[in-house]
Design a protein around this ligand. Sequence first.
Ligand SMILES: Cc1ncc(COP(=O)(O)O)c(C=O)c1O
Length: 371
Amino acid sequence: MIPLFKVAMSAEAPAAAAEVLGSGMVGQGPKVEAFERALAARVGNPRVVTVNSGTSGLTLALRLVTGHRPASGGEVLSTPLTMEATNWAILANGLRIKWVDVDPATLNMDLDDLARKITPSTRAIVVVHFAGYPVDLARLEAVLDRAEALHGFRPPVVEDCAHAWGATYDGTPIGAHGNVSVFSFQAIKHLTCGDGGAMALPTPELHQRARLLRWFGIERSADRLSNPPDVAEWGYKFHMNDINAAVGLANLDTAERALARQRENAAFYDAELAGVAGVELTERAADRTHSFWIYPMKVEDRAGFVKRMNEAGIMASNVHERNDKHSVVRGFAADLPGLDAVAPRVVCVPVGWWVSDEQRRHIADTIKRGW
Ligand SMILES: Cc1ncc(COP(=O)(O)O)c(C=O)c1O
């Protein structure tokens, strides 16, 4: 079976982890600092703070932008088409979710619906670069300008970049566009630490708060004997350790090669599948580069499509279920016609770095033969 996911572990990673394991220093130390410098250089934002998962990063990001204390009420505008981690981070902060519809062309948040739903109760907006296709950040800025003119404030934005390591918008990497951005380096992401994540912060103040709150609110560099640091704001235990950081450092170049290959595979599918009956591809805009963590498209008779793919030795799945149907968020139900139209049709086929020339040809031909 050609898998949808595979772990992108470099040949150097085991030795890098072993070196840390034998060093006597396995907590947050020099490898974390080195990994943060390397991430910052690639994102083009010096304010990078690693964490132990994307979920921790999202939880902390919402805490940073919605106030000094969680559980203080208000609503966060978010997309239901994502991994549950995006939205459960809102609940973990004691905030309500207000669903924004999904744009069937991009599978990202529908920015017109977002504009309609911003009110004085909006505490933050969470957008997801779904599959690694960047949200139209210039249009998002225009929506915020309009909100500011209408309501007298600019809601803060958290970008969930879990799928989007390596993606760019308007020539600039995702993570350097003026919002709090959160990456995931979980097991099957094209940059993996085993588990891990990173936040890219837009200001020195948010950078400093993120550094403190990922580890109890304590300044780790302070001299605790002669000058014990005060904790002015309580924090979490969300820091990354040197074992995961060493693995991430050893995988950085592997991730670059993975990105290049998944883009090649996606370009092949784009060319092969354009105009195929029963298949609709997602949008591609010239001002963005996609990371193609997954290759979503829209098909008629999805169950039949998946069955046909499986028979041909190809895994296929929608990967993420719409989040708004879970009973835990029943109270936030909303009319979402764009999502209703598209959710039953979204399906992904293998696109990653492991997919060979012969395999991608087999996948495209199988789709073209119909199901
Ligand atoms: C869109 C999205 N957000 C957040 C996360 C959470 O990341 P992590 O698994 O690193 O906590 C994921 C994980 O797959 C994801 O796909």
